[in-house]
Design a protein around this ligand. Structure first.
Ligand SMILES: Cc1ncc(COP(=O)(O)O)c(C=O)c1O
Length: 407
């Protein structure tokens, strides 16, 4: 799927009429990614719950909902947004290691598919909230699968030292707690081993452990409706194409067949793979700077707009907007007063470009943006059919000044 294949980015920026920095998303491309993912399940009963933390823009949510996906939310605000965008409650699951009481109340009152509980202690709280509201609570246990993956430590979530999930040794106690409760109903088991997986093997290793737990639960006479292997499918940031999301789904379905669990609904929680490649961040070049042996290209987008390089040491491809990169290597950095506001070395055209494009910024980009250093949140431009269909403008610096003055 080619990003913005038919539309010169410069024209789109001019159409949108917003200043940089600005994210630009190809809605058609991400619709197609959603459609391809849905088709990879064949006839199997499933829910592909889009992990909207990756990008919560309403038009992106609506596109993926239209392709038949559900939603994985991690906060009360995300839940309200998903519902407002038209997600049916029974196609929403809620993860999160520390859900506040009001968030549990909201999940219960809206009747979502299940709350994914991450500790025995959370079960106690969920039961109390359900009892107080005279409701029953559909709950799935998020299990820490105890699997190490070859990803940056900050995106590995399924190992023993992680804060996420119910530890395997506590699973029996967690099920016992649910079974002893007249208000809690166990409907699923879930795991999420981490992000940026390049091949299905670690995903399957985690899924296999979850299947063992599911089989034990069923053998003990318990009931389960679904099994959720999580998300984590990687995208190509320039280092090579990982396995496609469909390959992960195929492996998951094959595993379920192998272990005799094909009767369970298969839930997955992909985020990055549905949006990451279909968004770019466009920045203006403020100036170049030659300092000792280094040539810097200083741009108006910083770690406040795209924090992945500073947070995870991620490298995004950066290219001049209007010409092929060739000849000169620049170290690209933003305006923020932090040494980590640095996007690494990139080949540019010989002449200093007026704008650059930071590629593969559709996931964990805008959603992690901040106003650090008095830099307002960036604009977002949504493209479909080769033209701009909507723009979410930056709140602007005046709004920031007013709010901070009143603080
Ligand atoms: C519970 C859970 N599910 C799904 C995801 C989505 O992961 P990805 O965007 O890598 O697919 C995450 C990411 O942090 C997560 O924590």
């Amino acid at each position: 799927v080619a990003l913005l294949s038919e539309c010169p980015l410069g024209d789109l920026l001019a159409q949108a009429g917003t200043p940089t920095p600005a994210y630009v998303y190809d809605l058609d491309a991400l619709s197609l990614a959603g459609r391809l993912l849905e088709s990879s399940f064949g006839g199997a009963r499933h829910l592909a719950a889009y992990a909207m933390k990756a990008n919560s823009a309403g038009s992106i949510l609506k596109r993926l909902l239209a392709e038949g996906l559900g939603v994985d939310v991690v906060s009360g605000a995300e839940l309200e947004l998903a519902l407002a965008a038209g997600a049916p409650p029974e196609r929403i699951v809620m993860s999160g290691v520390a859900k506040a009481d009001w968030e549990l109340d909201l999940a219960l009152s809206r009747g979502i598919k299940a709350v994914h509980a991450e500790s025995v202690e959370e079960l106690e709280r969920l039961e109390a909230r359900a009892r107080a509201a005279s409701r029953s609570a559909r709950v799935a246990l998020r299990v820490n699968p105890g699997v190490e993956i070859d990803s940056h430590a900050h995106v590995a979530t399924g190992h023993d030292a992680a804060k996420f999930g119910v530890h395997r040794d506590d699973l029996a106690a967690a099920f016992a707690r649910i079974d002893a409760s007249p208000t809690l109903e166990a409907v699923g088991l879930s795991a999420h081993v981490g992000s940026m997986l390049s091949k299905p093997e670690p995903y399957v290793a985690s899924a296999r452990r979850l299947c063992d737990q599911a089989r034990a639960r069923l053998a003990a006479g318990g009931r389960l409706e679904y099994i959720d292997f999580g998300g984590g499918f990687g995208i190509d940031y320039g280092g090579g194409a990982p396995a496609a999301p469909g390959a992960f789904v195929e492996s998951a379905l094959a595993l379920l067949a192998e272990v005799g669990l094909s009767h369970l609904e298969l839930v997955i929680e992909p985020g990055r793979s549905l949006v990451g490649s279909f968004g770019v961040l466009v920045a203006s070049v403020i100036q170049s700077k030659v300092s000792g042996p280094r040539r810097w290209l200083l741009i108006d987008a910083g770690m406040n707009d795209l924090i992945r390089p500073a947070l995870y040491g991620a490298k995004h491809r950066i290219e001049p907007l209007d010409r092929a990169p060739a000849g000169t290597t620049y170290r690209v950095a933003g305006p923020i007063c932090e040494s980590t506001d640095d996007f690494g070395e990139h080949e540019m055209a010989d002449a200093v470009p007026s704008h650059v494009v930071i590629r593969d910024a559709g996931a964990y980009g805008f959603v992690m943006a901040s106003e650090y250093n008095g830099r307002p949140l960036p604009a977002e431009i949504f493209v479909s059919g080769g033209r701009v269909v909507s723009v979410s403008a930056s709140p602007g610096r005046e709004a920031w000044i007013r709010r901070r003055l009143e603080a």
